[in-house]
Design a protein around this ligand. Structure first.
Ligand SMILES: Nc1ncnc2c1ncn2[C@@H]1O[C@H](COP(=O)(O)OP(=O)(O)O)[C@@H](O)[C@H]1O
Ligand SMILES: N[C@@H](CCC(=O)OP(=O)(O)O)C(=O)O
Length: 374
């Protein structure tokens, strides 16, 4: 199936691992299983793939540490358990990744953080910097200050928002079922696996059927919603059984396991729409007439040689506005270089970038996939 090639080509992935999978019967962490996923993620990292892990399990680990056998109903008790358990969760991830000499980082986020532009950009810069350093960020919801996730057991949404945040190629949701079935497989022995679908197809919702598990978990519905959110920035989603042996490696090889949910629009079109609606600009590049023409009419990348002026302070990966010499905005895009670097290479041919900066992070000032003509 050619669509599965996307998994082989992905350079940046979010891997979300749910409570149902991470915990031994809903109590404590399944350290052995976690170690096996780490081995597979380490292989990806060694291949140069950037990976962010969204890990649930803090409540279950906290309950185990506090010696609680019954999940409390009081939200503040769940929050307390999450705070205790988060320590164990990150310790376990860290210890497992250490076997591969890979550093991890703890990131606690809320949905509000991701809808506030300033926090969104701060979160994005931090995650990008961590990925640049080869670190694997371990994300969970900040359960001390919000209760959405522990109430609904839904870190799927957080996984999708992180995929949007870092513009991941894909979101892999590891869960306790082999994927999305046409009916809840816990209740229907003859339920059949859906191998592929469109993220925006609402008919799939009927299959997921509300499906919260006994622990009041999000079930498949939140995973479908997450796929829809991830598709906004052009990311595909795979819902797949985390206990399948070598699951991540097999997905990477293009094996048809789990449920692949594809964005409706092509990745680049979706990404451009997402970029257009969600980011504020941090600086301005003034283009010469030739660059204005190729960017506007030719749909080409913006090369440093066509940039006459650089204004503002921005970091690599941030949104800048492209203006013509009369000051009219003609395009916006995610710039490949920090402002000072952009100033140093503006007006120069791309084969001089290494001489000037000592390194190169792209021949383009803005790659055409990251450029929207306004
Ligand atoms: N159509 C379906 N296909 C697969 N699983 C389903 C379906 N409908 C409901 N479910 C339920 O969703 C559960 C997985 O969701 P959840 O318990 O929230 O897992 P996680 O903790 O991994 O997010 C499954 O165990 C299953 O009972
Ligand atoms: N943040 C909490 C709850 C998140 C949660 O359970 O989500 P999910 O993995 O979708 O079942 C935790 O880590 O336990």
């Amino acid at each position: 199936m050619t669509e599965r090639l996307q998994l082989r080509q992905a350079r940046r992935l979010v891997i979300k691992i749910g409570s149902a999978l991470l915990t031994n019967d809903g109590r404590g962490l399944d350290v052995a299983a976690l170690g096996l996923w780490v081995d597979q993620i380490a292989e990806l990292v060694e291949e140069g793939v950037e990976v962010v892990v969204v890990s649930s399990g803090s409540v279950a680990e906290g309950m185990s540490r506090l010696g609680w056998t019954v999940r409390p109903e009081q939200l503040h008790q769940l929050q307390a358990a999450a705070a205790v358990g988060q320590m164990g969760l990150v310790q376990t991830w860290e210890a497992q990744f250490k076997r591969h000499d890979i550093h991890t980082a703890q990131i606690l986020l809320t949905h509000d953080d991701l809808s506030d532009r300033k926090r969104y950009l701060n979160g994005r810069s931090t995650l990008r910097a961590l990925l640049d350093f080869g670190v694997v960020p371990i994300v969970n919801e900040n359960d001390t200050v919000v209760t959405d996730e522990i109430r609904f057991g839904d870190n799927d949404t957080l996984g999708a928002l992180v995929a949007n945040l870092i513009e991941a190629d894909g979101l892999i949701i590891l869960t306790d079922q082999l994927g999305l079935f046409d009916r809840d497989p816990r209740k229907n022995a003859d339920a059949r696996l859906v191998t592929e679908g469109k993220a925006g197809d609402h008919e799939l919702d009927a299959m997921a059927g509300g499906g919260a598990g006994v622990l009041g978990r999000g079930g498949m519905l939140t995973k479908l919603r997450a796929a829809r959110l991830a598709a906004r920035s052009g990311a595909f989603t795979v819902i797949v059984g985390g206990r399948i042996e070598g699951v991540i490696g097999r997905l990477r090889q293009g094996d048809v396991i789990g449920t692949l949910l594809l964005p409706e629009q092509g990745r680049i079109a979706a990404r451009k729409q997402w970029l257009a609606s969600h980011l504020q600009t941090r600086g301005k590049l003034t283009l010469d007439d030739g660059a204005v023409k190729v960017v506007c009419l030719g749909g080409r990348s913006l090369l440093p040689v066509g940039v006459k002026g650089v204004a503002g302070q921005f970091r690599r990966g941030e949104m800048v506005s492209c203006i013509d010499q009369a000051g009219k905005e003609i395009a916006r895009g995610l710039v490949n270089y920090d402002a000072d670097e952009a100033r140093a290479i503006a007006g120069r041919s791309s084969d001089r970038i290494v001489d000037v900066l000592g390194y190169i992070s792209g021949e383009e000032m803005i790659h055409r996939d990251n450029l929207i003509v306004v």
